[in-house]
Write a protein that binds this ligand. Structure first.
Ligand SMILES: Cc1ncc(COP(=O)(O)O)c(C=O)c1O
Length: 405
């Protein structure tokens, strides 16, 4: 018999993963070219050439004997030093290898930091819409996820409600920018205000509140948009970075945690996180890919591929009467569902072989997420389906948000 915790997990198993499976099923029936799967954030852009070159160089280099061996649970020292230097060059910071722990992607990093910080019933605040896996990651360590409701005007965090929701039990605030599912970048103004609120509340309650910045999409920012580096605004900052999207390596499971030495209890956090990495069973981040990313710190996937998709999809949807804000980063579009029930709208889309995810999976019902990390052609071929969908809904008139408005 499986555990009670896992019974709940099985029941609530990820909608997104279920959609992914549905996509494969539909492709089996209709042919892969006639199914438009926008459900999963699986990059369609190949890794930069540098990645392949680095892999070959490393495995062909006789002096790199032991490349597949265990190492320090925090990762190779030289790799962590190279990452720290690259961050310092970009953001004028002064980190060293001692601030970095290599992790099994951002997901591994978040689990390591929650294991390190959370006592049962400690509260973790996040802003809707948010990456749904946070629910499970927090629950893994018996924490409580507290959700601040969405600001659907511009999807910047709702700071008035945030202030109200901070309590003496608040241990962590987790933010994600560029955001999955909206593509919004939290502005510098937002970050400054959020940091001020946190400092005030720490003082009021005499507690330490850690700001965890989940950053798999940092490098995917369009039109040279700035993504503020949070350690510069708030001392108790921990950054969870990932190469899954910046280098299109999601299956290789490689990322890192950066723990600012300005953070309260920094030394204990570093040593506890090192142990957490081990005892959660990760032991260490994948050895070959630690070496690979260290050689590719200036490489990036071709952002123009996602940008073209963004323009095509955004302009198309708007011209049919959909409402959404233009993503500034990542590869997701968060579109207002033309009918109130977002899950029902996704089912209607499904009937046209279009797979999209209901906003409720991200704590924001009434919207749907479209992951546009797909071939340009897929969007071109899916657009008539999106047009027909909204026309069907409008002509039927039932539950239509636009007709009500
Ligand atoms: C916001 C967010 N955080 C974390 C992750 C996990 O990323 P990784 O593959 O690095 O574990 C994802 C993956 O899609 C994500 O969207």
């Amino acid at each position: 018999m499986i555990s009670k915790n896992m019974q709940v997990q099985v029941q609530n198993s990820s909608v997104i993963r279920a959609m992914f499976e549905e996509g494969k099923r539909l492709a089996g029936i209709h042919g892969v070219e006639n199914v438009f799967d926008f459900s999963l954030g699986n990059p369609n852009v190949e890794p930069p050439e540098d990645v392949k070159k680095a892999i070959l160089e490393i495995i062909n280099d006789d002096s790199s004997m032991g490349v597949h061996a265990y190492m320090n649970n925090s990762g190779y020292e030289d790799v962590r030093a190279a990452i720290a230097k690259s961050i310092n060059d970009k953001f004028s910071t002064t980190f060293t290898q001692n601030n970095i722990i290599m992790t099994v992607g951002a997901a591994g990093g978040l689990n390591v930091i929650f294991k390190t910080l959370l006592n049962p019933r400690d509260e973790v605040i996040t802003f809707a819409p948010f990456f749904g896996e946070y629910r499970s990651y927090v629950k893994n360590y018996e924490g409580e996820l507290v959700v601040v409701s969405p600001n659907t005007i511009d999807f910047q965090p709702n700071l008035a409600e945030f202030k109200e929701k901070i309590t003496p039990k608040t241990k962590v605030v987790i933010v994600n920018s560029p955001n999955n599912p909206t593509g919004v970048i939290y502005s510098e103004e937002t970050i400054i205000k959020l940091s001020e609120i946190l400092r005030d509340k720490q003082k009021e309650f005499g507690t330490d509140i850690y700001l965890v910045s989940d950053e798999p999409y940092r490098e995917l920012a369009y039109d040279h948009a700035e993504v503020p580096y949070l350690s510069k605004y708030y001392a108790n900052t921990i950054i969870g970075y990932s190469f899954s999207k910046s280098l299109s390596l999601p299956g290789e499971r490689i990322g890192y945690l950066l723990i600012s030495d300005q953070a309260a209890d920094y030394e204990n956090i570093i040593s506890a996180a090192n142990i957490a990495n081990r005892i959660l069973g990760f032991v260490n981040a994948p050895s070959l890919f630690q070496r690979v990313v260290a050689k590719c710190l200036d490489a990036k996937v071709d952002l123009e591929v996602y940008n073209r998709n963004r323009e095509l999809l955004y302009n198309g949807l708007l011209s049919y009467g959909y409402q959404c804000i233009k993503p500034e980063g990542a590869f997701y579009m968060f579109v207002k569902s033309p009918i109130e029930n977002d899950a029902e709208f996704c089912s209607l889309a499904n009937k046209k072989n279009i797979l999209i995810v209901p906003g409720r999976a991200f704590g924001c019902p009434g919207y749907v997420r479209i992951a546009y990390c797909v071939a340009y052609k897929t969007i071109e071929k899916a657009l008539p389906g999106f047009k027909a969908l909204i026309e069907d809904v409008k002509s039927e008139g039932i539950h239509s948000q636009f007709l009500k408005a």
